[in-house]
Design a protein around this ligand. Sequence first.
Ligand SMILES: [Zn+2]
Length: 190
Amino acid sequence: MTGRTHDAIAFASLVTVAGLYPPNSITIGTFFACVVGNIIGAALPDMDQESNKLWDLLPAGDTIGSIFRRVFLGHRTLSHSLIGVFIFYKIFEWVLPRVFNSSFVDPQLVLFSVMIGTISHLAGDALTKDGIPLLFPFPVKFGFPPIRAFRITTDSWMEKYVVMPSVFLYLVWFLQSQKDNLLTLLKNVS
Ligand SMILES: [Zn+2]
């Protein structure tokens, strides 16, 4: 799947969790850190690709990227597995409380938002023909639906004209159906 589709699915997932389980209070700093964290989380698994936008954010990102990409052991391997998700979780669980002052930004909520992005990325890639190696290093690929022929090809018309609009329609429907919860959440941003 393309980065744009991953961003859209991640954002829809974040809004869904926020609407179903709204936090009682949230600072404006936490609010924005969660949205940005979610987008970063959605891009994390594809850091195994040179074109990943996260490398552009780092100074000398291309050089660092070419070294660290070897850590990922090839495209769609470690970073698209349960072990990979666990490693990302541990890294962010350690980093976030050290980056943010907890009186302005709640690191726990940001951590959840990052992970929602990452997990939604894997769910998105599971819809593609390649599937994902969830149990890496075991070389079994998982996809949904299980029959490969019914899954989509990355950047195909299916992704652009069916998946993207479906995510958008879902979001409109969800915002409508949960608008009370979401408005309360927005009012609680301080
Ligand atoms: Zn991916």
